[in-house]
Write a protein that binds this ligand. Structure first.
Ligand SMILES: Cc1ncc(COP(=O)(O)O)c(C=O)c1O
Length: 402
């Protein structure tokens, strides 16, 4: 039997997110939309009357398993994301896309079908725990490629070269990164791809926070860099604010990788809910996608500015590398004497006294407490929730940390 370690961040969320009156700034999804809001967004992009919410789902359709790998229209809309706005130029075809139940299932399938005993994988760190724990549980050896605050959490390629072994099968990156909110820029991505190509290593890029880049258009998807052995995962949860429909995907230009994922998926999914597929294809359609992304980008930018002001106003106890993308930030809290807080005790006490919820990074993102004193804040919540949470947190800090 495979021994699976606790997925710390998911346990923390499960335990505290339903606390009565909670001000949740732990959530990593852009503030979720309802189906009614989606339908309203369709009008603002088309400039005429909106598509009624009741017409998004075809109620007359028999509830069979549906298209096994995802509907053609959904796979076409997803493929289109990789040739958008001049950033990406990957010619991804619908057949290169496999729809899954969230990126979490896509990630699992990537590892399940591509790594095992005798293989070595390198994974950026910190990141979503699944990305290094699952290859380990499958019997692979995993080396952590440590991201440093002094480098702005951008991976150092010279470190990667030192970590590679003759049996390295996969390099795992997460761009934009959870929890740091850092972006791997195009020049570094190109170097990673070059190293991988020279050694015939698969590059697996979890791009679930793409394309929420706060400033410039951001780097291309790893799929766009001309190397076939790249597999990318993403989903509707974060940038598209639709975690509740549980739609994600794995994409690769390598036919063998896609085939292997499809074979493994037959044993674990069969298909994704037809209802979810219909909502996802509507959200990614030309009539809705630009307006939905605009909403989420504006929310991210407005909220990041609020968090930035908070960090600056409390610079005596608070520090960070300001995120460049995504929905999360890693913030370090210390007492007046400079000693980092005990992040688990701190998060529990803040929740208890102020109802503000965030995540202890030492527990949820670190081996051997590498991130002592750090918390992960998911700031793309409803703006009023963030405003109130930061107000309460200011009062807490004044009373307890100074
Ligand atoms: C980096 C990363 N990948 C994957 C996931 C899973 O997301 P979902 O299954 O909702 O698409 C998450 C969720 O927090 C994440 O942060």
């Amino acid at each position: 039997m495979v021994k699976i370690p606790v997925f710390e961040v998911e346990q923390w969320m499960d335990e505290y997110e339903l606390t009565p009156g909670v001000l949740n700034i732990a959530e990593t999804c852009a503030c979720s939309v309802s189906i009614s809001e989606l339908s309203e967004l369709s009008s603002s992009s088309a400039g005429d009357s909106s598509q009624p919410a009741s017409s998004i789902i075809d109620f007359s359709r028999p509830m069979t398993y549906g298209a096994i790998l995802g509907s053609d229209e959904l796979r076409r809309n997803i493929a289109g994301l990789y040739s958008e706005e001049g950033i990406d130029n990957a010619s991804v075809a619908p057949e290169d896309v496999i729809v899954t139940q969230g990126a979490i299932a896509a990630n699992h399938l990537v590892f399940y079908s591509l790594v095992g005993p005798g293989d070595h994988a390198v994974c950026v760190y910190p990141t979503y725990q699944q990305l290094y724990t699952i290859p380990e549980t499958l019997g692979a050896e995993v080396s952590l490629w440590k991201l440093k605050a002094e480098d702005g959490y951008v991976p150092d390629v010279s470190e990667l070269e030192k970590l590679l072994k003759s049996n390295t099968k996969m390099i795992v990156i997460n761009n934009p990164n959870n929890p740091t909110g850092a972006t791997i820029p195009a020049d570094i991505l190109t170097k990673i791809i070059k190293i991988a190509r020279e050694r015939n290593i698969i590059v697996f890029s979890d791009e679930v926070y793409r394309p929420l880049f706060h400033g410039s258009p951001g780097p291309p998807s790893a799929l766009s860099l001309g190397y076939e052995k790249v597999v990318v995962t993403s989903s509707m949860s974060k940038a598209w604010a639709l975690a509740g429909i549980r739609v994600g995907w794995a994409t690769s230009l390598d036919k063998d990788i896609i085939k292997r994922i499809a074979i493994a998926r037959d044993y674990t999914a069969i298909s994704v809910s037809q209802l979810d597929d219909q909502v996802a294809r509507f959200a990614l359609s030309d009539a809705v996608r630009p307006a939905l992304l605009k909403r989420n980008m504006e929310l991210a930018q407005t909220n990041l500015a609020l968090l930035d002001t908070f960090v600056q106003d409390h610079a005596d106890v608070c520090s960070w590398v300001k995120p460049t993308a995504g929905t999360t930030a890693l913030v370090r809290f210390a007492r007046g004497d400079g000693q980092p807080v005990d992040d688990v005790a701190f998060c529990k006490d803040v929740l208890d006294k102020t109802k503000v919820m965030f995540v202890p990074a030492g527990l949820c993102f670190g081996h051997e407490r590498d991130f002592r004193g750090y918390v992960r804040i998911g700031y793309v919540s409803d703006t009023e929730v963030l405003r109130q949470a930061l107000k309460n947190l200011s009062a807490y800090v004044a009373e307890n940390l100074k």
